[in-house]
Design a protein around this ligand. Structure first.
Ligand code: FES
Length: 118
């Protein structure tokens, strides 16, 4: 399968680290022609982790509202579609209709306080 042309290039600045709730998440959408790329970044202190915003169950975006990727207690990633729960560290589904499947990683990094596609 070929790479999504809308996926931001390596090094593309996404936002300042401080713009992401701690702990929390932030969603990003990029468009290139007809192609669309949706991803989100989770923050825990100085650590960030990115995933493609597409649930392995039905391919829906996960958030129930702007940047609402986590459960109320911030322990898990929640898909608002049918309530699947995912581990923040690995993206593994531990409860729900896609049990055992994984979110797709979107590599991101922080360089001098700026979150970048990596
Ligand atoms: S689309 Fe995510 S649980 Fe169904």
């Amino acid at each position: 399968m070929s790479e999504n042309p809308a996926k931001p290039a390596f090094g593309t600045a996404l936002c300042a680290l401080e713009e992401i709730a701690n702990p929390g998440g932030k969603g990003f959408v990029f468009r290139e022609g007809d192609a669309l790329f949706s991803g989100f970044v989770l923050r825990e202190g100085a650590e960030v982790r990115g995933y493609v915003d597409s649930c392995p169950h039905a391919g829906w975006p996960l958030a129930s509202g702007p940047d609402r990727y986590l459960t109320r207690d911030n322990r898990f990633i929640l898909c608002s579609g049918h309530g699947a729960l995912f581990l923040k560290g690995t993206g593994e589904c531990i409860s729900g209709p896609c049990f055992g499947e994984h979110l797709t990683r979107w590599p991101v990094t922080v360089v001098r306080g700026i979150v970048r596609a990596g």
